[in-house]
Design a protein. Structure first.
Length: 380
């Protein structure tokens, strides 16, 4: 790359999901090339500051130090014009179809502009087949100087793969060297709003069964801050408060990565935590955002199609598919026999190899940030 200037755009839709992905993308790019000049334009700096503590939400423009690099952070909503006169940005990463702020739109489509701009639409993560078809698909803009294409994260070699930053790799590697605590089964819960009583009933049964062999055994539930916390806490109370229930504060990405990589089972939601759960090699359930006509089940089953080839046994495949679909159908009753069996197998480490093989396959698809930089090298 001759020009090292890259602008990343993020319009925050939910509190932390979008900016969480953007933050990890910036870290992954800087990890690969510390000479890059990154500028992040964010519509909600308060959300960004919650995970990057040194960011000041009230500042329209500021600098943020990451390792031996320095990023410029701009407020999407700033009123003053921003100019490229001293620092042109030929590469713009438009995340999740967020559009562009008005001041940037004026610069890109100025009739007198001579610069060539390349915009990459970094899409939401999906296992659906269209990710393969859309990756590197060109889009028309209203100027021949503004060239745009899709850059799709995904689960196959036909996509850009998943984001992998160096700190996550370090955390994952360290987690594999830790001795297994045979006295504890740790379960992490981070989901959208739903009922958890059946899950806690199954965990209670696991704890009771294991204590017949090992009186010191316990199930620890790490309930993440967010929408699922009050539901998880209510289920714990309704089922007798038998488990070691821990309410987690809001955590940094690095702290959250460590939990996902060391827990015995993860209930996750969204895109950022889903990607980490997939890469962690630990058994997990994914809670997709509920959509009209239960379209979320299309997304759930598309991901299952990527996971099930790594799971051995017809009964276990059917169990996983049934549980994921039930977990993602509002007001559906989970099959408690299947749920207990699946979580029990997880507690005993019987499922780990399947999810580790799935994880290894994802690593072989490559790092989205690396694949992006490699592609940028081909631009004329």
């Amino acid at each position: 790359m001759q020009n090292k200037n890259i602008m990343i755009l993020c319009k925050v839709v939910d509190n932390f999901g979008d900016i969480g992905v953007v933050y990890r993308l910036a870290k992954a790019l800087s990890d690969l090339d510390s000479s890059l000049n990154l500028t992040i334009v964010c519509s909600n700096l308060e959300s960004f500051a919650s995970m990057a503590k040194k960011i000041e939400p009230d500042k329209k423009s500021q600098f943020f130090d990451y390792k031996n690099t320095r990023w410029q952070i701009l407020d999407w909503n700033q009123s003053e014009d921003f100019t490229f006169s001293s620092k042109p940005f030929p590469i713009i990463l438009e995340c999740f179809q967020c559009g562009r702020p008005d001041w940037l739109e004026k610069i890109l489509f100025d009739k007198n502009a001579k610069e060539i701009f390349h915009i990459f639409n970094i899409e939401y993560l999906t296992a659906e087949e269209y990710a393969d078809d859309f990756h590197l698909l060109k889009c028309y803009t209203r100027s021949p100087n503004v060239k745009k294409m899709f850059f799709m994260p995904g689960f196959t070699k036909k996509t850009a793969g998943l984001l992998i930053d160096s700190q996550f790799l370090k955390t994952l590697k360290e987690s594999k060297t830790l001795p297994k605590n045979k006295n504890e089964f740790c379960v992490t819960i981070f989901s959208y709003e739903r009922e958890f009583v059946q899950i806690f009933n199954s965990l209670n049964r696991i704890q009771e069964a294991q204590r017949q062999k090992n009186p010191d055994f316990c199930v620890k539930v790490l309930a993440a801050a967010g929408k699922s916390l009050p539901f998880a806490k209510k289920a714990w109370e309704q089922t007798g408060k038998k488990l070691n229930f821990v309410q987690l504060p809001f955590l940094t990405q690095e702290e959250w990565d460590k939990i996902l990589c060391t827990s015995g089972f993860n209930f996750v939601r969204g895109e950022e935590s889903l990607a980490r759960a997939c890469l962690s090699g630990k058994p997990f359930f994914w809670h997709a955002y509920v959509q009209d006509e239960n379209y979320q089940l299309v997304k759930v089953n598309a991901l299952l199609e990527k996971i099930l080839p790594f799971v051995c046994g017809k009964n276990l495949k059917n169990e996983l598919s049934s549980l994921w679909n039930g977990y993602n159908t509002p007001d559906a009753e989970l099959n408690e026999s299947e749920l207990y069996d699946f979580l029990q197998k997880s507690a005993q480490g019987e499922l780990t190899a399947y999810f580790e093989n799935f994880s290894e396959n994802l690593f072989q698809n490559g790092n989205l940030a690396k694949n992006l930089l490699n592609f940028l090298e081909t631009l004329q």
